[in-house]
Design a protein around this ligand. Structure first.
Ligand code: ZN
Ligand code: ZN
Length: 54
């Protein structure tokens, strides 16, 4: 299983509960977000197309 890193803070999400992986609504690329950033409602930015959302 490949390691995944939060797009907002760079943490390895395997060590963080409530982490999510979802598709960018704009381009469909995989976006990884850790539970810490979800709790803080940190904005994410797609690394491929630059789309950002809540
Ligand atoms: Zn994070
Ligand atoms: Zn995108």
């Amino acid at each position: 299983m490949a390691e995944k890193f939060c797009v907002s803070c760079g943490r390895n999400i395997l060590a963080i509960k409530d982490s999510v992986v979802f598709k960018c609504p704009n381009c469909g690329s995989e976006i990884v977000r850790c539970g810490i950033c979800r709790n803080k409602v940190v904005k994410y930015t797609c690394p491929v197309c630059g789309f950002s959302g809540p």
